[in-house]
Design a protein around this ligand. Sequence first.
Ligand code: ZN
Length: 300
Amino acid sequence: MQMILATSLEAVLGVPEIFAYVFVFVLGAAIGSFLNVVIYRVPNELSVVMPNSACPNCKSAIKPYDNIPVLSWLILGGKCRKCKEPIAWRYPAVELLTALVFVLVYWQIGFTPYLGVALAFAATMISLVFIDAEHMILPNVITYPMFIIALVVRIVFPLVFEGNYFSDTTYGPISYLTLYHGWPAWAVSLVGALFGALIGGGSLWLVGAIWKALRGVDAMGLGDVKLLLGIGALLGWRLTLLTIFVGAFTGAIAGAFVVMRSKDKDFQAQIPFGIFLGIGAMVAMLFGERMIVWYLGTFS
Ligand SMILES: [Zn+2]
């Protein structure tokens, strides 16, 4: 997001920047540990707070000292302390991935009010990517609140903070509300959010409807449409279109790879598109505006 004046922790508090990166990394690993719980429990409709984590095999409670992100898995050699049953590598992988993504987010966004939003957005995308990969669903209990929170953020930020955090409000048709009608910033931001949701959710719904009319099969679930409501509301129409583009592009590559490796050349695998939308949304949030500027500069 080039709109945001990236500020470092060093500039704000005088703390050496390396501490900020270490803190964000450790925070990411801890949040990743929580995301593991979300990924495991939400699709099974279990509470994410109660009870404490237990070994899926022997059901013995995991002690706090065996619950240190990444390190505990390494120390225990990837096995439960009690029953020695292997613990899926997905657990440390999600923790490490979240830690690295958090570092990436801080590097791009900096120490700004938007940082918390961006970290929460990235964490939500990571949980949805792994849930969709395993269960082929994007749970409503995640996608609906995400849409509502995105709308709240889009209203509150222009009211509370200086500067513009939402790039879509400076491009047509949203910018015309300011240029010709002089709407207050929060209203322009909210209309931008709703327009982004409409563009995101609407275009995906349309593709699904056309595909169903032509082929008679559901190409994608409504979960993808609901996910794009939230992405569209937060990122705005430009970055949402980029999200769909990056998602379709990476999804097509992965799909071709799956078809190539399968023996049945004719098969129609249902690829969980939410994986690629989640990746696309993170790429769009962090690098999107620069990618669009580069693309328009190169090909027009
Ligand atoms: Zn066990």
